[in-house]
Design a protein around this ligand. Sequence first.
Ligand code: PMP
Length: 353
Amino acid sequence: MPRFRSILDELPVYRPGKAVVSAEGRSYKLSSNECPYDPLPSVVEAIAAAAREVHRYPDAGCVRLTEALAARYGVPPEHVALGAGSVTVAQQLLETVGEPGAEVIYAWRSFEAYPLLADLSGVTSVRVPLAAETHDLAAMAEAITPATRMIFVCNPNNPTGTANRAAELTAFLDRVPDDVLVVLDEAYREYVRDAGVPDGLGLYAERPNVAVLRTFSKAYGLAGLRVGYLIGHEPVATAVRKTMVPFAVNSIAQAAAIASLAAEDELLERVEAVVGERTRVREALLGQGWTVPPTEANFVWLRLGERTGEFAERCAVDGVAVRPYGAEGVRVSIGTPEANDAFLAAAGEFRRS
Ligand code: PMP
């Protein structure tokens, strides 16, 4: 038997959201917070063109994409670092501090990959419980010790959808020592409509120890291609680049991301449609009598406790895949109006049962 690191004995294999099909053949995947629309024709064209060059290695430095992102956000290219999805950038970040004794703080519940990646990189996880489904930033500041090297703030939070606002974020950042990196995970930034929730790029601009993590997987609809990025000050971005596996971001993904930035207006119109549906879904759920935390992301959170599994099974009967979290609750992505109607019908029936 080959011998592996002992930490692997305790680590689960990551389990993504799966599609389900009803007896009538209907299938609505609302379990992975994906964009519900097909890729834009201009993006598909860019992918086809890049496909003709796949006998060559990709641009290892992602130069054109880096420049496109730098221009888009008005930051120096040296402040941008790419990875194969923002989950990989999160892993790279943890590797930059992965020494025995190092601690990373994050809220719990939050993005499921944080504990997995922390364990893999040898960083000790310090989980701070959510308060009223939202990051308890005061408690997170209290949790800082001399061993703290990094803090993830998932804003909006996955899976609850809640977002922290400017005053509390600034008060929190004021309490974080300069040598601790705060990573604002803004995978769902494009869906935020509460003007009180600050754009992390404004916070990064003012503070050398703040970096922003973003992705092409959600609003830009490229989940299958795996492109994410960090915007942080030069020492941070350089450290992240050093931990990148060579050629991790493939050439098709780079081309599609560049084409998506060029088609941003069209993509953001789709985001607007999802935001409209989010309002409709949340209001319908409230009307059915559910408690639904206000959400700034492309999903809603229902705290179902012991009935979580039963609820997910009920939705699956109608071909609606939702994401159950143990005996805590379910996260349901906002999809097309038809998918959302199917979900609302299942939720309404469950409520009456
Ligand atoms: N951060 C958060 C908060 C997420 O929810 C996700 C995706 N579920 C990611 C990062 C990773 O996304 P990706 O790797 O596709 O960029």
